[in-house]
Design a protein around this ligand. Structure first.
Ligand code: TYD
Length: 134
């Protein structure tokens, strides 16, 4: 099964433009406790390089594009994020990396929990160990 879980954000389109609304736990599988967004990354930087133990996230590229890599310790998949009307759902123990940001890239992230550094696994070898014990 693919690691790339896409959520259709069901845009409301009329002659005035497009509106996208996301109702936590109705449009997506969790209540939203936190939002954050990333922008201003140049093409040669990469971000992420971590996994989360409990956190669920929906990632939406609301401007520009970037590549995201998801890795469950067995499979590694890359996906081009460039749609304002689809979200990428990341849940479970998944290593993620973001690369090749366009200058105008803005990644909006909806998260199921408040920020908690102890929920991060920032070392790939530790991630692999964690996967093995689950
Ligand atoms: P981090 O999650 O490591 O960013 P990325 O994986 O995209 O490179 O976060 C960068 C810094 O920001 C780190 O010191 C933690 C802090 N941070 C918060 O304080 N609150 C948040 O909600 C997030 C996502 C990060």
């Amino acid at each position: 099964m693919s690691l790339i879980k896409l959520v259709d954000l069901k845009p409301l389109i009329d002659e005035r433009g497009t509106l996208v609304a996301i109702d936590g736990s109705k449009s997506i599988s969790f209540d939203i406790k936190r939002i954050y967004y990333l922008f201003g990354s140049s093409k040669n930087v990469s971000r992420g390089h971590h996994a989360h133990i409990n956190l669920k996230q929906l990632v939406i590229c609301i401007s520009g594009s970037c590549k995201i890599i998801l890795d469950d310790g067995t499979n590694r998949e890359e996906y081009l994020m460039n749609s304002k009307i689809e979200g990428l759902l990341i849940e479970g123990l998944i290593w993620r990396e973001m690369h090749e940001f366009s200058e105008d890239c803005i990644l909006l992230v909806l998260a199921s929990e408040l920020f908690d550094e102890s929920d991060y696994i920032r070392d790939y070898n530790e991630f692999i160990k964690e996967i093995t014990y689950v």
